[in-house]
Write a protein that binds this ligand. Structure first.
Ligand SMILES: C[S@@+](CC[C@H](N)C(=O)[O-])C[C@H]1O[C@@H](n2cnc3c(N)ncnc32)[C@H](O)[C@@H]1O
Length: 205
């Protein structure tokens, strides 16, 4: 360990370096261990591909934005959101997209609308679709890299939406320290979150 850190502090960079230094055979052993654990936990999870009605504005390309539209990603995002809706984590917005944002009658219910934390958010397109189709009011994008923030710019134009982008490694994230999330129910999402980040994300949320 480097002299700059006390012995008990193991940073994400140190862990990454350990991985990079592994021999090929040790790396294969690690993969086998992960597959065994995954097989033991996840063997009864069924594939569930959904195209929820709430996302029709996106499926039908009715969103007039300068955001890139890639069908494959839109279908994947829609399915993630559909599955979250199916398990009751998201409520669909019955009316049109705009009314989700401005219906004054719904204002009193804001407390019950969950915030959304997207892990490994990349450019934030999953959250963009979520905000367009499910009328969420508070979103947190967790991402360690810096990207062009096209979706962020579009999201920030939504009147009733609060957006926070946290540039941090998920491993170092303590959601209890995020004041604006105190007492707020939240849904944790992620798409194509790779490697150990999935483990940290599962542990945090
Ligand atoms: C394959 S990309 C997916 C991006 C986006 N979710 C999507 O579907 O377009 C994975 C993203 O997760 C981020 N990521 C991976 N591990 C991370 C970690 N430990 N902490 C924060 N971000 C992480 C990467 O930087 C990358 O942007």
């Amino acid at each position: 360990m480097g002299s700059c850190c006390p012995d008990s502090v193991v940073t994400s960079e140190m862990k990454r370096n350990l991985l990079y230094c592994m021999s090929v055979s040790k790396f294969h052993q690690l993969i086998k261990k992960i597959e065994t654990v995954h097989g033991g936990i996840c063997n009864d999870i069924e594939d569930s591909y959904l195209s929820p009605e709430a996302c029709n504005v996106w499926f039908n390309k009715e969103i007039d934005r300068k955001l890139p539209f890639q069908e494959k990603h839109v279908l994947q995002q829609g399915s993630i959101l559909g599955n979250l809706e199916k398990i009751g984590a998201l409520k669909r917005c019955d009316k049109n997209v705009e009314c989700c944002e401005i219906d004054p009658e719904e204002k009193g219910d804001d407390k019950n609308v969950p915030a959304v934390v997207e892990f490994g958010a990349g450019r934030g397109y999953l959250t963009q679709m979520l905000a367009d189709c499910y009328g969420v009011k508070k979103v947190y994008l967790v991402e360690r890299k810096s990207y062009k923030l096209k979706a962020d710019r579009s999201l920030r134009q939504k009147e009733n939406l609060v957006l926070e982008r946290m540039r941090i490694d998920i491993e170092d994230l303590n959601l209890n320290a995020v004041e604006s999330l105190h007492g707020v129910p939240y849904v944790a999402t992620g798409k194509h979150l790779c490697g150990p980040a999935t483990v940290h994300y599962t542990l945090i949320s």
